[in-house]
Every structure is written in structure tokens, then in C-alpha cells.
Ligand binder design. Structure first.
Ligand code: SAH
Ligand code: SF4
Length: 397
């Protein structure tokens, strides 16, 4: 507990504010191209409700049209104005002259033996990112793992995406569009009302990229996904995974309140500096303090700590004991992720024994510690393997 007091006071609000401004300004440099087709038509996906109303006002339409369109786009999943039957034909035609309801196009689609499905989506400028649907084995539902960037600025040593430079941020339309295109593929429109189970019932921001380095676009996309008159996912059904961009964690908690997953992976700064280089900027104590501050953390809404098990690197019993000491008092669970090797990676996965010993220590301390079974390995869809094949790798740091 004394740790909490000392670290939160160490980050003064002014410094954090300045840091946030710096992060957002840098992020804007990687923004996507405007959501416009070469013929001048604008994509309506990704606009806020207010922006949609403005677009319609420009062509002389009343605000209720925005509500109608929102329903067609995000509740019914319609992509053609001609299918929007509550809108009169002449207006449908006028809309089609100026606007589109876009989707990323499918560059490739693969389905694994275990029914995990992976898409490589291509966006209007030709950039690509991967999305994975992971069915829940026990229930008729599952998670859509979404990418937030093409590539990543960070270079975690164990991560395949980390070998790729950041090409650019994905826009809001491209982020929510991955989920919408996945719903198209499973024919899951219209959106369910209430708690009707659906296959695609959860979003995890755990694909390519660091979502908190693309906060504005991610926030916009998640607000659209959470809007009750559209896709209508509750914030409890969205999990954002971060490698620890501390200043943006506060903002994410205050503004979006989605579930948080933190890619911890190491419990000592010397080791975390090496495998998650962002740790040099936001070390473990600051990261854990930000987790303690994260709003809404409770037993029903636990923070997930992700911990990738690397043989002989971070998988000892001493590491496990230090982990439970660090997170003591945080409503949390610890996802133990068997390392997925990729060609050229430096590490090996931990053995079954090490995994189980580690899990037992974490469990004895009162934290659930599921060992995440790799899914979709035969189609390279498992965690950390997402990477656009065609890109040049960066030289080793
Ligand atoms: N950038 C964010 C979210 C995307 S990373 C973050 O780091 O949290 C996606 C997830 O894949 C992270 O939990 C990461 O730890 C995990 N991962 C990366 N490489 C992996 C690998 N080779 N094997 C298993 N999991 C990996
Ligand atoms: Fe980026 Fe996350 Fe991969 Fe690290 S683990 S390189 S933050 S995508």
C-alpha cells in the first residue's frame, strides 16, 4: 500500500498532462488518410452521431435522419442505401451519390481446425491489418481480436508485430469496421437486443499495435461499438490491452471504462526493460500504480495481467512470488500465455511443469491464473503472431 502512495505522488498531474499531450501529438502524425473515396464520396462509418447529423444537415436533412441512418448502419449492418427501407427512394439515391457505408476488404481469410478464423483486412490505401475471431469452446459466443495499428512503434522482444515498423494508425472506421466485417462473415446482423448470446459478443483490442498510442481513433471506435442504438456492446464486453502507456491508462479508464488488460510479462525492471522496452519510460511501479487507480476495478471487473511464459527468462517460482507481491490488493487475474515461437524469435516456450508451478503460486495467492491455450496455431492466428507478411522487418535494435 505504501507503494501506491509513493508512486502516485511521484507522477504530478502536470507532468502527466504534458505527457498525454505529447503522446497524442505524436500519434496524430501517424493518422490514416481521410475517409473519402477517390470519387469524393465520404464513408459514414466512423463518424460520431453529431458528425453524422452535420453531414446530413449540409444536404438539408433533419437530425432524425441521423438516428435512422445510425440504426441502419450499426444495428442492421446495412451497407447499401437502397436496402434502407424506411428511407424514401429519392433520398436513398441522394445519399448514395455522396456517401458510402464502407467495410475493409478481405485480402485473405483462413479458418483453423479449432474454428478460430483470421482475416487479413485491406484498407482503402492498401494497408493491411489482421483480425481474429476466437470462439469460446464452452459457449456459443466468442471474441473478436482487433488491431489498432498497422505495425507497432514498440518492439517487445517476443512479439512478431514488434518486428514491423509502425506504418500508421488505423482510423475509427477501420477499427470498428474490423468488427463489422467479422459480423458480416457470420451473418450476425441485426445487433441483439438485451443479453441475447451471439457468436461475436466481445471485442478484445489485442491484435496488432498499441491501442493507447492510437487513443483518439480507438476511443471513437469503441464509443460507436458501445452505442446502445447500434452495435450495443457493453463496456464489460470490451477489453483493451496495453503494454503500459501509463498516462493514457488514466484517460482510458475515465472516458471509456472498458476492461483493462496489461501486458506485464516481467516483474523486475531490468528484465522488463529488455523484453517490453516501453518499461524504460514507464517502469513497473508506475504501471502498477496506474492499475490501482484504474476506475471500476472490482471483483466483478478485474484487471487482467498478461504474462508470457518464456523458458528460463521469466518463469521461475521467484518470479511468480514477486508477481503476487506486486499485484497484491488489485482485483486481478493473471493470464499465463505460452510463448508462441515465430521464425527468428529469441525465446522458447516454458515447459508444462514451469507453467503449472507458476500458476499454482499465483492461484494460492487468490488470483485466477488461467493458462491461455493457443488458438488457431495452424493458421498463425495465435497471440503475437499477427503480422503482415509483406512488410520489411526493421533491423535489430
Ligand atoms: N500492444 C498491446 C496489445 C496487442 S499485443 C499489448 O502489448 O498489450 C497482443 C498480445 O499478444 C499481448 O498480450 C502480447 O503479450 C501477446 N503476444 C505477443 N507476442 C506473443 C508471442 N510470441 N506469443 C504469445 N503471445 C504474444
Ligand atoms: Fe506492440 Fe503489443 Fe507487440 Fe509490444 S506486444 S510490440 S506493444 S503489439
Amino acid at each position: 500500500m505504501s507503494r501506491k502512495v509513493s508512486t502516485t505522488t511521484a507522477i504530478t498531474p502536470d507532468l502527466t498532462d504534458a505527457e498525454r499531450v505529447r503522446i497524442l501529438a505524436k500519434s496524430a502524425l501517424f493518422n490514416p488518410p481521410p475517409a473519402q473515396l477517390p470519387d469524393g464520396r465520404r464513408d459514414l462509418v466512423g463518424l460520431t452521431r453529431e458528425e453524422l447529423a452535420v453531414e446530413l444537415a449540409v444536404i438539408g436533412e433533419k437530425p432524425f435522419r441521423a438516428k435512422q441512418l445510425w440504426h441502419w448502419i450499426y444495428h442492421q449492418g446495412a451497407t447499401e442505401f437502397s436496402k434502407m427501407s424506411s428511407i424514401a427512394r429519392p433520398l436513398q439515391e441522394r445519399l448514395a451519390e455522396r456517401f458510402v457505408v464502407g467495410r475493409p476488404s478481405i485480402a485473405t481469410e483462413q479458418t483453423s481446425k479449432d474454428e478460430t478464423r483470421k482475416w487479413l483486412f485491406r484498407f482503402r490505401d492498401g494497408q493491411e491489418a489482421e483480425t481474429v475471431y476466437i470462439p469460446d469452446r464452452r459457449e456459443d459466443r466468442g471474441a473478436v481480436c482487433i488491431s489498432s495499428q498497422v505495425g507497432c512503434t514498440l518492439s517487445c522482444r517476443f512479439c512478431h508485430t514488434g518486428t514491423q515498423r509502425l506504418v500508421r494508425n488505423l482510423g475509427a472506421a477501420e477499427i470498428v469496421g474490423q468488427f463489422m466485417a467479422a459480423r458480416d462473415a457470420y451473418d450476425e446482423w441485426p445487433s441483439p437486443r438485451g443479453d441475447v448470446p451471439r457468436l461475436l459478443s466481445t471485442i478484445v483490442l489485442m491484435g496488432m499495435g498499441e491501442p493507447l498510442y492510437n487513443y483518439e481513433n480507438v476511443a471513437r471506435a469503441m464509443r460507436i461499438a458501445m452505442d446502445g442504438e447500434g452495435i450495443g456492446l457493453s463496456r464489460r464486453r470490451i477489453t483493451l490491452s496495453t503494454s503500459g502507456v501509463v498516462p493514457m491508462m488514466d484517460r482510458c479508464g475515465a472516458e471509456l471504462g472498458v476492461n483493462l488488460a496489461v501486458s506485464l510479462h516481467a516483474v523486475r525492471d531490468d528484465l522488463r526493460d529488455e523484453i517490453v522496452p516501453l518499461n524504460r519510460k514507464y517502469p513497473i511501479a508506475e504501471l502498477i500504480a496506474a492499475c490501482r487507480r484504474y476506475p471500476g476495478a472490482s471483483n466483478a471487473r478485474r484487471i487482467t495481467f498478461e504474462y508470457i511464459m518464456l523458458r528460463g527468462v521469466n518463469d521461475s517460482e521467484a518470479d511468480a512470488r514477486e508477481l503476487v507481491r506486486l499485484i497484491a490488493g488489485i482485483p486481478a487475474k493473471v493470464n499465463l500465455i505460452p510463448f508462441n515461437p515465430w521464425p527468428g524469435s529469441d525465446y522458447r516456450p516454458s515447459g508444462r511443469d514451469a507453467l503449472e508451478r507458476f500458476a499454482a503460486i499465483v492461484q494460492d495467492a487468490g488470483f485466477a491464473s488461467p493458462i491461455r491455450m493457443p488458438r488457431g496455431q495452424d493458421i498463425l492466428a495465435a497471440c503475437g503472431q499477427l503480422r503482415t507478411e509483406s512488410r520489411r522487418t526493421r533491423p535489430a535494435a
